[in-house]
Design a protein around this ligand. Structure first.
Ligand SMILES: Cc1cc2nc3c(=O)[nH]c(=O)nc-3n(C[C@H](O)[C@H](O)[C@H](O)COP(=O)(O)OP(=O)(O)OC[C@H]3O[C@@H](n4cnc5c(N)ncnc54)[C@H](O)[C@@H]3O)c2cc1C
Ligand SMILES: Cc1cc2nc3c(=O)[nH]c(=O)nc-3n(C[C@H](O)[C@H](O)[C@H](O)COP(=O)(O)O)c2cc1C
Ligand code: SF4
Length: 638
């Protein structure tokens, strides 16, 4: 399918957007304390504007110094002294031809007293996701909050932003008023749950004028029992339209159901398109769709099917700020695909850290990580063509070094070749293709089917060496673990081993869960056994909730607190607490019990080359995040 609609300019009220791609608002934690704009924040957004996106909706800002702050490291729009910094930010975006909107927000119950030193307030007294109790807002607090929204919008306008977006999604204050789950007030704000947002809109409008762009982000549904439904949000969208909102941006969920708006790889792409489509059918103003819409073809199709007028992408633009320009110039094979892993972005910001990205080591330090070509190129040999080795090769080649990438297998990719097999790992397959394409395009010399040895390296006489030999599956000495009906996860995923109808998967970390879900999709009857009390504990929270849901949907049976003790033909013996034993019928047993680093070359290389880089799983089995970051840093250090 040709991509045309997505690239068309679009009139949004008085603004002409150069295309229909919008950057979704995303907390970066890159500002200074007290929500002041920092140079890192400016560089981060300027990089994305430079990459060609039509509109950037800047991350949520807090609007007063009382209870509105929803998170540490949040940007502020609560005081006139912040206008200068916000102005620099708006300008840095607009200079690249991108329009800039500022999202304004009050956390309500979705915050903690830690952030502002005050008890959270909410439409009704209810605990927050942290378990802290929020108290019910008084009428004068409601009035003051409406005024704070209007003042924050005024500051955005003075700063030079092209518009503001009221954050009425994800279970923050405005959404709390709308939702029957969180608004149990007996007064007028409870009888009409939309009133707070409508009054806020009216006040904002009176402050910024009728020509200024004011949008509204809503959760089309909240994915929680008792929360708002699409039927209700459609009716509310009509009311917003009648009161002069300029666009509606349709997300979903509340903090507690965050897996439905920061959608992990285990849920399908375009997970929320039915919601934007529903809202669009109810109104005549522009509707923005969001949620795993990073695939340009899917985005194009959504526009063609009139499921939305604009497409917001969040993580896709963290992973690759140049995505819009790459689509524009027909270089889609160069797009560095977001994995929807949440490891660097969502998970880190939830832990009070700055935003980063598993596949893009530059995020949040765009200036520091800018690539500079070298004056005197060196010859660098990289051992291992997995993600760490390929990232190091990419960076070194971009810096004009001569790179030889040595891989013992007949293909590049390392463990990603197997990790990417399950149906829900489409993004990983696409990222692997991206890496292979870059290595090829940049003229890296690739030696396949070549096991690097010390003698071979001596022959090549490199100036520098990076060891990226990765890791291999661990096979513990359990009685029966070497029998023919027992295989490792990699044997299975590589197609070397074909599983029988009843399969026991040992190891309930992410790898085992994924293997179990994959086998279940092939029609196998799967039992997943984990020694610990719970599954997928190595995944960030949203991904974990999503894979647990997938395992249930696919009918995988789980046994936690049980250890694989012995394997015999037709069954496996498990040991539980208090010396309990259980036999589970199984035609095949798949071991997903961890990885061991390939460090055979470590000692000989140290003795011969002295100073060299050891990167990725070869150092210690971990994840793509570490493989890419270590590859990126070693590539810059030589
Ligand atoms: C089933 C599975 C699923 C996974 N899913 C995810 C996921 O969803 N997200 C995530 O973040 N991580 C995931 N991982 C982990 C991730 O794949 C690894 O962290 C990552 O691949 C490590 O990259 P690397 O380049 O360091 O090593 P590897 O990917 O192991 O690559 C090392 C390469 O070196 C080659 N090599 C070794 N010795 C030599 C030698 N002497 N000469 C030449 N070549 C050599 C190997 O053949 C291999 O190609 C998964 C792992 C598995 C097994
Ligand atoms: C790190 C991170 C921070 C986010 N912060 C915000 C925010 O400030 N305001 C908001 O409305 N949504 C926020 N979101 C949700 C995104 O705007 C977007 O809806 C979500 O990531 C789904 O889009 P995607 O699949 O294209 O990433 C955040 C998401 C991420 C990953
Ligand atoms: S950390 Fe993972 S989910 Fe987040 S932007 Fe990067 S690749 Fe995407």
């Amino acid at each position: 399918m040709e991509i045309s609609e997505l690239l068309q300019p679009y009139r949004l009220k008085n603004l002409i957007l150069r295309n229909r791609i919008v950057m979704a608002p995303m907390l970066s934690r890159l500002c200074y304390p007290e929500g002041i704009v920092s140079p890192q924040l400016i560089d981060y957004y300027a990089e994305r504007a430079r990459g060609g996106v039509g509109l950037i909706i800047v991350e949520y800002c807090y609007i007063d110094e009382k209870e509105s702050k929803a998170n540490q490291g949040q940007l502020g729009a609560y005081d006139d002294q912040l206008i200068a910094g916000l102005g620099d930010l708006a300008e840095a975006i607009q200079e690249w031809g991108t329009k800039a909107v500022l999202q304004i927000c009050h956390g309500g119950r979705s915050t903690s007293a830690k952030f502002m030193g005050r008890q959270p307030i909410a439409p009704s007294a209810m605990p927050s996701y942290t378990g802290e109790m929020a108290r019910e807002m008084t009428l004068s607090e409601i009035e003051n909050t409406i005024e704070s929204f209007a003042e924050a919008a005024r500051r955005a306008k003075i700063a030079g932003f092209d518009g503001v977006e009221l954050h009425g999604a994800h279970g923050y204050l405005m959404a709390q008023f709308l939702s029957p789950y969180t608004n149990r007030r007996p007064d007028v704000y409870g009888r009409d749950r939309g009133l707070f947002a409508l009054q806020t809109l009216e006040r904002v409008r009176s402050r910024v004028g009728k020509d200024y762009l004011v949008g509204y982000r809503m959760s089309g549904e909240e994915f929680i029992e008792g929360g708002v439904t699409l039927q209700e949000t459609k009716a509310f969208a009509k009311r917003l339209e009648e009161r002069g909102i300029d666009y509606i941006h349709v997300s979903a969920g509340i903090i507690e159901t965050g897996q439905h708006f920061v959608i992990p790889m285990y849920f399908p792409k375009g997970h929320l398109l039915h919601l934007s489509e529903g809202i669009k059918s109810a109104v005549n103003i522009p509707v923005i769709a969001v949620g795993a819409l990073h695939d340009p073809l899917l985005a194009e199709q959504a526009l063609k099917k009139k499921q939305a007028d604009l497409i917001a992408m969040g993580r896709a633009l963290i992973a690759d700020p140049e995505l819009p320009n790459k689509i524009q110039s027909g270089r889609t094979e160069d797009i560095r695909t977001c994995l929807r892993c949440n490891e660097g972005c969502s998970s880190r910001v939830r832990q009070s850290k700055t935003q980063r990205c598993a596949v893009n080591a530059e995020v949040g330090r765009e200036r520091q990580m800018r690539l500079h070509p070298v004056l005197r190129p060196k010859h660098v040999c990289i051992i291992g063509g997995g993600p760490a080795g390929m990232e190091a090769a990419r960076v070194l080649a971009l810096r004009r070094h001569r790179v030889t990438l040595i891989e013992k297998e007949n293909e590049l990719g390392g463990l990603l070749r197997y990790a990417a097999v399950p149906d829900f790992k489409a993004e990983l397959r696409s990222f692997l293709e991206y890496q292979k394409t870059q290595v090829k395009k940049l003229g890296v010399e690739v030696l396949l089917n070549r096991r690097a040895t010390l003698d071979f390296l001596k022959e090549l006489k490199p100036d520098n060496v990076a060891l990226a030999a990765g890791s291999s599956m661990s096979v513990p000495e359990i009685p029966g673990s070497h029998k023919p009906f027992v295989a490792t996860a990699i044997d299975l995923l590589s197609g070397k081993y074909q599983a029988g109808d009843r399969v026991l998967v040992a190891g309930g970390a992410a790898m085992g869960c994924e293997v179990a879900a994959h086998l279940a999709s092939l029609g196998k009857k799967v039992t997943l056994v984990e020694m610990l009390g719970d599954l997928a504990l190595d995944l960030e929270m949203r991904s974990r909730l999503a894979i647990l849901q997938l395992l249930k949907e696919r009918g995988v049976e789980f046994l936690t607190g049980w250890k694989l003790a012995k394997i015999e033909e037709g069954y496996a013996l498990l040991l539980g607490g208090d010396f309990k034993e259980m036999q589970v019928k199984a035609d095949s047993v798949i071991l997903a019990l961890g990885l061991t680093s390939n460090q055979e070359l470590l000692k000989p290389l140290t003795e011969t080359f002295g100073n060299f880089f050891v990167i990725g799983d070869c150092l210690e089995p971990r994840k793509i995040y570490q493989a890419i970051h270590e590859g990126a840093f070693s590539g810059r250090a030589i």
